[in-house]
Every structure is written in structure tokens, then in C-alpha cells.
Design a protein around this ligand. Sequence first.
Ligand code: ADP
Length: 708
Amino acid sequence: MSEPPQAALDLPATPPAPWRRTLRALRSLWRRWFLWVLLAVLVMGLLVTVVWLAGRHEVEQVQARLDRDTADAVADLRAGLARNVQSLQTLQAAPQDPAQWGAVAAELLRGHREWLRIEWRDARFGLLHAADTPYRPEVFDPAERVEASPDLVMACTAARRQRSAAYAPSHYVPFVQPPGTAGGLEVMDLCLPLESGGYLVAAYGLRGMLGEMLGPALMRGQEVSLAETDGTRLVSLGTARRVGNRVFTAQQLLDLPGNALVLRVDGWRTAPDLFPNVLTGLVTAMSIALVSVLVLLARDTRRREQAEAELSDALAFRKAMEDSVMTGLRARDLQGRITYVNPAFCEMVGFAPEELLGASRDVPYWPSELAHEYWQRQRQRQASGDFAREGFESVFQRKDGTRFPVLIFEAPLVNAQRVQTGWMSAFIDISEQRRIEEISRASQERLQASARLAAVGEMASLLSHELTQPLAAIASYATGSLNLLADPAAAPVPAPEREDIAMAVRRIAEQADRAGQVIRSVHDFVRRRDRTREAVAPRLLFDAVLPLVGLQARKLGVRIELDVPADLPAVQCDPTLVEQVILNLARNGMQAMDGAPPGQRVLCLAAARVGGPVSAGAAARRWLALSVTDRGSGIDEATAARLFTPFFTTRPDGMGLGLSLCRTVVEQHGGELVHEPSAPCGTVFRFTLPVAGAAPALPPTETAAAPG
Ligand code: ADP
């Protein structure tokens, strides 16, 4: 099935391509982490730089120390050579005698191991005397030293010119003793001009010169060498170079008159040193600590950001809740000062928050004459700690002066440390509730007044209806009495007539009394007072109405049949009202037989247990059915439908209230009034009454089936 085109139009915008989403995610990730990455790179750069600088510093330190040592060594050499020149000058004063001179020279040679030989030459450089060092076998071939070498001649000439000692360039002298020995010595001659015209020549062994004139400390771990200015190494002393170690080299020029040498010192260090010294170690440790702190800081920042986001969400939620809630909220501190009010409360009392915050005794929404009482009440409540969780009522005053009732709920205000910091109160404006209650009360009163008026009307109708019969009877008896008295044949009244008159007057009195009872009963009925219910034998109920019924029956030619078994239980009822019911039904029945043939006019008044004498269950035995059966015209369907409607009547003189009142009375007793056609003709009206002393029970439903 294909999608309708509209559905395609309703689709949301095309989702971004995956690569675009990825790009966006990367961008946001980069924006978020950029500063941290930058910081980490900077810190790493700083750390590397610091470590490198520390290493470099150490290298420079070593180099500087080496340079210093080398310079010191050159100074030592220079000083030693100068001292030696002075020692050699002592030979000037030596005796000219060769033997004695030789002894002095030998003495000098013993004191200067660096000298290999001392020679005394004449002004033409010819050898006069010579003495060799006692510390070595003969180094020189004596024959070769007879003639002065050109270098020596130049040095001596320069020395003579300068009047001070001068040095000849060094030269290599192979060993001659013992014969066949490989190797030789690098020798440098010193020429000192004598005042007598000759020269003193001292041959320095360069190796001996380094060894004797420089301290052994310089040789330790380092190689010390003398080289020519072009870099040609002449002699070396000290520790030989170690492979793989870092070399530090220092060179210093040993500038002597007539000769220039270079003193070179080579030192070795373990390389590369990651932690070359304490400083670098310290810096590295601090760097690691710094990185750790950074990591912790980043984590802490992330957690803080998360907490801040949650907090701001919670705050926004609380604010929305406060703004939307209809209940007024107010917080006080422990001193009673207002610390918080929500918008609903401000709207309720009509004051702005700044007018309320901080107020304690001078709360602007308290009615001025009640403010002191409210304050006292509040202090008492807070002192006792008895907060009104179930609420209490009070009266507040708005800014415009109007007052309104409020319902207040209070609870202690507890902070995050579970310490009470004040009181929180919730306020509900109950003026609307009060208004509705007032309206309801007024309408209730109006309803009651209307009900009373209706009752009065109903009572008036009832009285006029019910009193017609006793009053008719009174009138009838009175007419009879008057007839008797008016009959001239009866005057003077003989005893039997007197008896009749007396009876007529008694009846008048009875009916007048009955009229009074009717008024009282109906009055009670209308007022819905508890009527006087009593146990009455059914027979008595019929007996009470029989005289009146009989009176009308005689007039209409109706025969009355009474079927009330003597063993029936008493019924619990208001007899006057029930008698009225029987009377009404009997009168209706008699009137219905108005057009019937005289022999057929029979009215049957009966009473029976509902459902049969003993066969029915316990419920049936608690009710009696009283019935009035006529053999009249019967009731058609149209009439039956409106039978109990007040003011419905088919008779010109009728009021249409009789049956409706009858049903009301029966139902007041808990019973039921029904009617049905009677065989062969006419109608039976039947109503039920509760048996006296029986527990209340549901009205019987099978009354219609009960025998009449
Ligand atoms: P009233 O007797 O004042 O007319 P009721 O309420 O007693 O008022 O009766 C209403 C009507 O019911 C009567 O007018 C009559 O038409 C009809 N009615 C009452 N009882 C009978 C009866 N036993 N047989 C036939 N019709 C009756």
C-alpha cells in the first residue's frame, strides 16, 4: 500500500545526514573540551620545558664547573712554571765548577720531578754542563743534546731579548734506555738567559709537568691533556674515556713565552639523566601532582556542572510550582520576621513582596486592632512548638482595607542540616467558601419557609376535606333533632323520642369531637411530627367508622358487610388517620355503587393477615391487609392512571384529595395502598399496616394476591 501524498507532506523535516550529525557532535565535543585540551597541552608543554630546562641547567652547571676547574688548572700550571723559573735561577749563583754545579743541579732535579734534565750552555748554545733527573733512566741520547736544536736556539734568543725565560715548542723524544724500549716522551725546553752570557735549559716532560703540577683531584673521572693550538694532542693523563657516556670538554690556552699550549679536560657523565638532580625530580614530582590535580579538578568541575544543572532544574521547577500554586505561602524565621512570600500570597493580601519581607510585629495585613492578639498567639504557638497542621482560621486585611477569612496551616521550616530555621505557613482564602455557605444557608431557610407555606396550604385543604364528613353528620343529627322537636305531635316529648333526641345530641357531640381530632391529626401530619402510634385491634378501627359509614349507607341503600376475624393481631398505627382512610375508601365505594341496582349495593369491609393466617413466612405475619370492596362501576384505565393524583376527581362535588391522602397516610405507616377489579364487578381497595410489636420489615409485595 502506498502512503497518501498528504502523509508525506506532514513528515518532519529531513533528518540530517549521519556525517553532519557526527560533525555537529564532534563540534560540540570540541567546544566543550577545547579549553581542557588546551590547558592539558599547555601544562604538558610547561612540564617538558621545565624538565628540559632543569636538565640543561645541570649540564651547564657541570660544564661551568669543568671550565672553572680547567681555568684553575691553567693558573696552577702557570704559577708552577713561574715558581720553577725562580728555582732555576738559583743555579745562576751556583759555583762554576762543574762538579759543584752538577750537585746543585741534581739537588734541584730531585725537587722537581717534572724536569728531565738541566743544561748549562754558553752564549753560543754550546753545552757546558748537564744533569739528568734521578727519577728516570737516561731519557736523552747525550750526543743529540750537545748541539742545541733550532727551536731551542730560537727560544734562547727570544729569552735573551726579553730578559726572561722562554719556552721552545715541544718535541717528541723516543726512549733510549733501556735499549729497545718502545715509546718516548713529549719534551718542552725552557731557556733562561744567564747574566754571565750563557743559558740555563730545563727540559720539561709534559706528562710529568701535568702530573706534578696539577692535583690528582682533576684527574679523577676526567681526562686531562695538553695539546697544541691546532688540536694535536701531546699528552693525556687521568681516566680514559668511557663509551656511551656524555662528554663534557673544557679547553684553556696555556700561553707561555715562546710556546702556546692548550689544556683540555674531558669529563664524562651518565647520559641521558631523566632525573639528573633533586631539582628536576622535584619539578617532575610537582608536575605529576599538578596533572593529578588538573584531572581531579576536571572531574570536580564536571560533577559541579552536573549538580548545578540539576539544581537549576530543581529551582526552575520550584519556581514554576510556587507561581502556579493557588495557596498562599509565607515563611518566617525564628524571630518572627517574614523571609519569604509567594505570588499567590501577595495577590491574596494585595501587598508587594518588598512591603512584606522583614516585617515581624508590624505585619501590614493584620487588622490593626487584632495585631497584638495575633502576635501573642503566634509567639505562644511557636514557643509551644504546637504547629497547626490541621489548620486554624483567622481574618486578614487586604491593602484596600477589606477583610477576608483565611485558613492557616503551619509547619516548622527545617534546613538541610535538619535544624529548624523558622516556620512555613500555607494560607487558603476561604471567603468564597463562606459566601457559598451563606447562600446555601439562606436558600435552605427559604426552602423551609416555602415548605411551611405549602404545608399550611395542604393542611387547609385537608381540613376542608376531612371536616366535611363530621360536619355533615353534625348537620344531619342536628336536623333530625330539630325535626323531632318541631313535630307538634311529639310535644311534649315522650320518653322514646327523648331518648332519640339525646342520642342525636350525643352523636353531635361525638362528631364535633371527631372533627377536632381530625384537625389535630391532620395538623400533626402536615407538621411531620411524630404521630402517636399505638397498637389497635383492627376491629376497633372499623367499629369507629361504622356509625358514619352506616349513616351514608342507609342514605344510599347500601348493605355493609364486615369480615374481621377476632384472632387478628393488633396493628401499630395512628387510629384517627387510619379510620379516615377506611372512611374515605368506604365512601368512594358507596358512591361508585350509586347507579347499581339496589340489591347489588353491598360494601364489604374486611381485614386479614397478608399471605394467609399461618402459612406465610415470618415476614407475612408481620403485616395485616385491610380492604374495602364495592360492587360498583369499577375503574377504567384512564381513571386508574390518575387515581392518586391530587385534585383528580370524576365527581362534580368531589375534591380529588381523598385517595392521594389515603396513600400518603398508608405509606407513612410503612404500608402500601393498591386497588384491583373485584369479581363479579366493582373494585377492591386494599392497604397494609404493620402488626404491633413486630420488628420493622419490608412491606409485603404479594398483598394484591392476598384474599380480601
Ligand atoms: P373524590 O372522592 O373527592 O372524587 P377521590 O380521590 O376519593 O376524590 O376519588 C377520585 C376519583 O376516583 C373519584 O372521583 C372516582 O371517579 C374514582 N373512584 C374512587 N373510588 C372509586 C371506586 N371505589 N369505584 C370507582 N371509582 C372510584
